[in-house]
Design a protein around this ligand. Sequence first.
Ligand code: PLP
Length: 398
Amino acid sequence: MCWVEEETGWIGFTISLNSATGFTSNMDRDVVNFGAGPAKLPQSVLLEAQKDMVNYKGLGISILEMSHRSSDFTKILNTTEVCLRELLDIPDNYKVLFLQGGGSGQFSAVPLNLIGLKESKTADYVVTGAWSAKAAKEAEKYGKVNIVHPKLGSYTEIPDPSTWNLNPEASYVYYCANETVHGVEFQFVPGVNGAVLVCDMSSNFLSKPIDISKFGVIFAGAQKNIGCAGVTVVIVREDLLGHALKECPTFLDYNIQAGNGSLYNTPPSFSIYIMGLVLEWIKNNGGAASMEKLSSIKSDIIYSSIDQSNGLYVCLVEEKSRSKMNIPFRIGNIKGDCDLEKKFLEGAAKLGMISLKGHRSVGGIRASLYNAVTVEDVQKLADFMRDFKDSHQQITTV
Ligand SMILES: *Cc1c(COP(=O)(O)O)cnc(C)c1O
C-alpha cells in the first residue's frame, strides 16, 4: 500500500466580477473536478444557485432563509419530485422521500424499516465492495444478515448471481449498484425470485434509465451524481411502508416521512433545491438515456487509455463489472508504484485536473465520471494519460 499526499491548490482558478449583475462569478474556472463526491456540478446550476442565494426569484430572501412550509418551498419540493418521477418513470405505487443522514443513514434505515417484514428478521446481502460491506455490518445490529455468496478475496468482481444462496425467508435482498471505492458496477438488475430488492444507487443514480418496478427500495445520496451533500433520495414501494421496527427513529421511518411528504422534520431544503436544478439540467440534456450514452463514451475513453498503455495503467476490476462512474487504477504495476502515482497526480493537478487520488483505503488513482463531467473533460484526462505514458513507459518496460 502506498500513500500519496492529497494534491493541493486550485490551479487556474480565476475570479472575475460580473458587472451586469454585481455578482462575483467564477465563470473562468478551468479546473476539472474528478472527485468521487461531493463531485462536479453543472456550471449552469451553480450560476443559477448563486443568484437565488441572495434573492430567490425576487422574493427578497435567500433560498437558505425560506421556510420549509412556505408555498415557495412547497413548489420547489413538488417540482423536484415531479421531475424525478418523469426522468425515471417512477410508477404511482412508489413514494419518493427526501431525507437527511446520507447513504450511511440508509444503511440503518433499510433494516430498521424492512427487516421486520418477515418473522425471520433476516436479510440477504450481496457484498461487492466497501459500501455494501458497511451496509451489511450496520444491518447486523437489527437482525440476522446472510451474505449470499462466498466472501470475496478482493472487490474486483460480482459473484455470478446463479451461485447466490438466497434465503426464501429473508425480508429483503440488498446490493450496491455501483461500488464507488472499488469501481465495481452491476450492469444488470439481479433476479431475486420475487423477493424485495433493495439497492444503494448513490453513485450511479440517474446515470442510466432503470426499471423501478423491479425494486422495493432504491436510495441515493445526492452528492455523487445529482446534487450536493445533505439530501438522500429514497424511492420506496407503498406496500413496504408501515413495517418499521419499534426502535426505528421517527425521522428515519419511511411511513412517517411518506405520510408527511418528507416534512416530518425540516428537510435539507437547500440540497433539495440544488437537486431540483440538477434534475432539470438532466432533463434539458436528454434525460437518463442520454446520460447513459455519455457515460459509455466517457468511460470507454478512460478504459481504452488503460488497456492500451502496455501495462503502465492497471485496472483490476473484471471487464464485465467495470464501473462507468468511478474508474480506479494503479500505475506501474498491480500494487501501484508510489512515485509514479504521485507524479501522475501532480502532473494532472498542474493541468487543472484535481481529486484524482484513489480512496484512502485502496490508494492509487480514481477518476469519477459523473453526469456533470463532460466528454471534453474526460478527453483532457485521456490526453494527459497518453502523454504521461509516453514519458514514463521506459520505466516499466526496461
Ligand atoms: C458515498 C456513498 C455512500 C455514503 O454516503 P454518505 O452520504 O457519505 O453517507 C454510500 N453508498 C455509496 C455507493 C456511496 O458512493
